[in-house]
Design a protein around this ligand. Sequence first.
Ligand SMILES: Cc1cc2nc3c(=O)[nH]c(=O)nc-3n(C[C@H](O)[C@H](O)[C@H](O)COP(=O)(O)OP(=O)(O)OC[C@H]3O[C@@H](n4cnc5c(N)ncnc54)[C@H](O)[C@@H]3O)c2cc1C
Length: 373
Amino acid sequence: MQSMKRPEYDLIVIGGGPAGTSSAITAARAGAGVLLLERGRLPRQRVCGEFVSAESLALLAGLLGRTAADLQQRAVQIPEARLFVDGRVISASLDPAAASITRFDLDADLWQAAEDSGVETRLQTAVESVAGGGPFQVSTSVGDFGSQAVICAAGRWSNLSHKSDFTNGQSGERWLGVKAHFAEQSPPSSVDLYFFEGGYCGVQPVRLTGGDRREGRINACAMVRPDIARSLPEVFAQNPRLAERSQSWEPRMEPVSTSPLIFHEPQPIQDGMLLAGDAAGFVDPFVGDGISLALRSGAAAAECLTPFFRREISLQEATLRYGRVYESRLLPVFRNSSKLRRLLRLPRPLRSSIMQLLATVPAITRYLVSTTR
Ligand SMILES: Cc1cc2nc3c(=O)[nH]c(=O)nc-3n(C[C@H](O)[C@H](O)[C@H](O)COP(=O)(O)OP(=O)(O)OC[C@H]3O[C@@H](n4cnc5c(N)ncnc54)[C@H](O)[C@@H]3O)c2cc1C
């Protein structure tokens, strides 16, 4: 039998998105020796509405450390959400305001903060497999590494996901995600969600580092069934208000897309590894909580492992603690967002009556928005 390599690291984190960097920064600041592995390069565009809910802004600022002020200066405040459904517009104020932050900047700044915190980082290093239930041997495109614990934050659909979990998806539906930035004159400072049969498109203002501050720029990001639309122009045609608004837009980047988007029951532990962010569970993007959940679950996973690194508890106890924390603090967001998703799937006459109620009683809309937080 091949002998297991002696662990060089306390923790290996797989994936350099918000969940992975949050885990790595939190663990390193608590004194752990951390290796962070990312298969891609940074900075890079990512399919995302780029809406960061207010609840996680303090955590984000804490994680970013010295670069927090720069990023917050580039963020656009989003104090209002508008839902365009069945010819109606339902508005809800967001108090405190959310932020619009491009993933191009966010992911690169979090990566920098991980390096500033003493994390050893490697880009263009794809994890191929993970062996052992603790200690672990992590095999990558550039060699093997050993660690006492592993946090997998490799996103919702990676070579490390258990594919069988996806076949039991809640709806069995597979969706496509597509995004691009456009120039628009004086965009409103709201997140605007345009719904249609088989999908929706979110539109909000964004500001890119080094971008022309005088030019209005928006991010349009859609989640759509591939039989309904496969490109942004096809998406825009699905909602009359969006079709009208998008007529004046000029593209500012090549569109990026991702598929399949599949929903399944959240699962925070797999083969002794702690799963964080989308790797644990993918929340419906229209609630705008994926980044927040990624930051929070990543930090929680690292916090649960800290007493293990200090030899106060076993790895098994640390993973059990994380499972309990995940269930009490993060699972409710999934439950409430799937209730909202069901509401949008109701037959049109029933949905219209509910939408009318929401439009006339803003307190209910605010309540619905807050229950997903
Ligand atoms: C259409 C759409 C719109 C969205 N809009 C919003 C929004 O407005 N607001 C919001 O909060 N959330 C939104 N989300 C969700 C949000 O993008 C995710 O929840 C968030 O990116 C999760 O972060 P993460 O770190 O878990 O995963 P990711 O950001 O996916 O990062 C995972 C990383 O792991 C790397 N990786 C994968 N496999 C390996 C491997 N084998 N080895 C090494 N590295 C690996 C990947 O390259 C990637 O960088 C949206 C999602 C979609 C699809």
